[in-house]
Design a protein around this ligand. Structure first.
Ligand code: BG6
Length: 476
């Protein structure tokens, strides 16, 4: 298909529902962990009634149904009627993702469907091949496509992948999943910022001292060694999830509530982040990572990164945005901490407490917003102590991200997906520090990463370690 003109017009009308759901990689990990549970939730809660077709190299329809049942049981899904509906509706096409005959069989299986939604739960290296076969077999006509992160390996490969996809699918029909965008607490960042008036006057370089996003994970890479060793922390979570969070925290008020208005503002943030250089970050690898199945014995892939971003915008110039994430750290949690500047004078003769004023947004595993401040300690002296006002939300009612995102894609709603411009802008930020451009420091399991991570902070700043909540401790 080389030389074909990129498609710019959508094959379906906006909002026109898809009429079949196809997932490639049906016997894989992603299907097992996320897609089956999401489909079952959609059937139970939203009357999702599309035919569901799995495509995979091995097995047959019965083994796929069995796998679906096992996946749901393992995820604690107990609705028997929805489980039955999902397995009844399941169909199966056996074959390789690179063989055109698989796709011809798929077209026959699609029957009357004219607006299929194809989910590529396959390694990104196969995207180009699958998209080409979808077109040649007629399966791409009127269709939408969902692709998983990581979208490309660097800026050049992401641009090339976008070009390949656009030869067949127009941008409004391409849904690049970043499941962080489907998370309720992440959406709440935008809501909380713009649904209240008290924050906006403070939300800038005049009042904010620094912003940090911590995403420690206690688990190791487990059985994902082969995938992880091709990625590393920067490609796995920084280029996508964490830069998306930065863009939501730092964006200007959008001109309206349309998806485009919000995405334009997010793009402007990513575009104004100075591309990272080696001095901006510290990489680490936990001890023992190289013994993991699928990992190279001399791997220099990072399982930890701490970095500092510079946002060259009118609002944020000079305010450090720090990111720290890694595997085998003491807890699993994601938190944003926005530290406010101290008052210009210390009226009460106390030493200035650097990080007493802050907003903390806890994004996972529980959702809360807290406001840290100093309040007077009872007694004669005008002396203070740190206090925290906390608003927390009992999780339970929110839709899991994959349910939300697959449902949205089937309706053609792009609001919570990453457009090509955003994905490429995020790659531009990290492109100069991928792979071995910076030294790798070994760190011990259960620590906060290599001590060198303190080196990315400005003088006087410190990392704020998220703490385990009682619920987290109880669920261990
Ligand atoms: C995935 C990464 O995208 O996000 C994983 O590949 C990471 O390495 C995961 O653990 C974190 O997402 P969540 O929703 O579990 O916090």
């Amino acid at each position: 298909m080389a030389g074909a003109r990129p498609k710019s017009r959508s094959a379906s009308e906006p909002g026109e529902p898809s009429d079949a759901f196809i997932f490639f990689g049906a016997t894989g990990d992603l299907a097992y962990k996320q897609i089956f549970p999401a489909l079952a939730d959609l059937i139970r809660d939203e009357g999702f009634d599309l035919p569901i077709i799995g495509v995979a190299r091995s097995g047959d329809l019965d083994s796929l149904k069995e796998r679906a049942r096992r996946s749901l049981a393992e995820h604690g899904f107990t609705d028997a009627a929805a489980t039955q509906a999902l397995t009844d509706r399941l169909r199966y096409v056996k074959g390789s993702d690179e063989d055109i005959e698989t796709f011809r069989a798929l077209r026959r299986e699609l029957g009357e469907a004219r607006h299929p939604l194809h989910y590529l739960a396959v390694p990104p290296a196969l995207f180009g091949e699958v998209v080409g076969c979808l077109q040649v077999s007629g399966c791409a006509a009127g269709a939408r496509i969902i692709v998983e992160k990581p979208f490309g390996r660097d800026l050049a490969s992401a641009v090339a992948l976008n070009e390949t996809i656009h030869e067949v699918f127009a941008e409004p029909d391409v849904f690049r999943i970043d499941h962080y965008l489907g998370k309720e607490p992440v959406q709440n960042l935008v809501y909380f910022r713009f649904a209240n008036s008290f924050l906006e006057p403070l939300w800038n370089r005049d009042h904010v001292a620094s912003v940090q996003i911590n995403m420690p994970e206690a688990m190791d890479v487990a059985d994902r060694g082969a995938f992880y060793d091709q990625a590393g922390a920067i490609r796995d979570v920084v280029q996508n999830h964490l830069l998306q969070v930065v863009s939501l925290l730092a964006m200007e008020p959008p001109s309206g509530h349309t998806p485009e208005a919000i995405r334009n503002e997010k793009y402007k943030v990513l575009d104004s982040i100075r591309p990272l250089v080696p001095d901006d970050l510290v990489r680490g690898q936990y001890r023992g990572y190289r013994d993991t199945k699928g990992v190279a014995a001399d791997s220099s892939v990072e399982t930890f990164v701490a970095l500092r971003l510079h946002i060259d915008s009118w609002r944020w110039a000079g305010v450090p945005f720090y990111i720290r994430t890694g595997k085998c750290l003491p807890v699993t949690a994601t938190e944003v901490l926005v530290e406010m500047k101290r008052p210009p004078q210390s009226l009460f003769g106390e030493a200035q407490q650097r990080d007493a004023d802050y907003f903390r947004f806890r994004l996972s595993p529980d959702m809360s917003i807290s406001l840290g401040a100093l309040a007077k300690k009872p007694g004669e002296a005008m002396a203070g102590e740190p206090v925290e006002l906390l608003a927390s939300h009992e999780s339970g009612s929110e839709r899991p991200p994959y349910q939300r995102l697959i449902g949205d894609a089937s309706r053609g709603d792009q609001s919570l997906f990453a457009g090509e411009d955003l994905v490429e802008a995020a790659w531009r930020v990290v492109n100069g520090v991928l792979d071995d451009k910076t030294p790798l420091n070994v760190y011990e399991l259960g620590t906060w990463g290599p001590p060198e991570a303190a080196g990315v902070l400005d003088r006087g700043d410190r990392w704020h370690d998220p703490v385990a909540t009682p619920r987290m401790a109880a669920s261990k």
